[in-house]
Design a protein. Structure first.
Length: 294
């Protein structure tokens, strides 16, 4: 995870060294060598994803100093990478916040276990209605967690309500309902204890006015001030990720090229499903950077 990047570019290596110092552990070694079970613990996964994406950001800045985004955006945890890219957060501050975020989400999942499921083949309005019905009937919690793209919606909640919502969306014509391999109900009301405690950390963090606007997960619109950024983050853990709306907002503003920086290419795929007329690239390793800069 970012090892080849750090071996090739000093800027990426420096970010991993800084992560080691901030987290006071051999974090880069964990990212590069594992063990996988430890890295897959959300306490480490969230900081690892942030560190890798920022390593790509800093490397790209060094290689192409004149490349300036018109907007930044990130999906859920990725919003913190977007904040670093926009200049609204220093990397060290973002890393501490993300580590705290992972701790609190894990604790909340232990107090109120739940899960998540991807619903394929239905529009978000239909899924939302099914979740509301299931919540009322079960007296539990299930809601839309991620509006990823047309035909792909993730729902989140407690086991009984989640199962009920799964049956309802199937009855309404969902092509498939796929349980995700997680034991927490992210972006649902079950994360309220985590959100309340995370807001204390947000209040102490040093946010700055962004050099470029960030598209917020909760609002799905441009955040241009520290107050707007903090308000979006203060509701993020319990609210849906408005990814479809975020991408459309940028397209409506004239954006035609999207570059995903970090691990994997999932978001690039979602962008193409939202609008196939735009260009979407993913960059996480040296080969991707070289291709982008050619």
């Amino acid at each position: 995870m970012g090892k080849a990047l750090a071996q090739t570019y000093s800027q990426a290596a420096d970010i991993f060294r800084r992560a080691d110092a901030v987290l006071d552990m051999a974090f880069s070694e964990l990212c590069w060598e594992g063990p996988a079970d430890t890295l897959n613990d959300t306490l480490h996964t969230q900081p690892a994803l942030l560190t890798h994406s920022v390593a790509v950001i800093e490397t790209l800045r060094a290689l192409r100093p004149g490349l300036q985004p018109a907007f930044t955006a990130g999906h859920s945890l990725g919003e913190f990478s977007a904040l670093v890219a926009s200049g609204a957060l220093e990397f060290a501050t973002a890393l501490k916040l993300v580590r705290r975020r992972g701790e609190l989400m894990k604790e909340a999942g232990g107090l109120a276990p739940g899960g998540m499921a991807a619903v394929l083949g239905l529009e978000v309005e239909v899924v939302d209605s099914a979740c509301q019905e299931a919540s009322r009937e079960c007296g539990g919690v299930v809601q839309v967690a991620n509006d990823n793209c047309p035909g792909q919606v993730v729902i989140s909640g407690d086991e009984e309500a989640l199962e009920a919502a799964g049956r309802k969306v199937t009855d309404r014509g969902a092509r498939k309902v796929v349980r995700l391999a997680v034991s927490i109900a992210a972006h649902s009301a079950l994360m309220k204890p985590a959100q309340e405690r995370f807001n204390l950390a947000l209040a102490e963090a040093d946010f700055r006015s962004p050099a470029v606007p960030i598209i917020g997960n909760v609002s799905g619109s441009a955040l241009r001030s520290t107050e707007e950024i903090q308000a979006d983050l203060a509701a993020q853990l319990t609210s849906r990720v408005q990814w479809t709306g975020s991408i459309r907002q940028m397209i409506d503003s004239g954006i035609q090229t999207f570059i995903e920086l970090g691990s994997g290419s999932v978001l690039s795929g979602l962008v193409r499903r939202i609008d196939r007329s735009v260009t979407s690239l993913s960059v996480g390793e040296p080969a991707g950077l070289i291709s982008l800069l050619e």
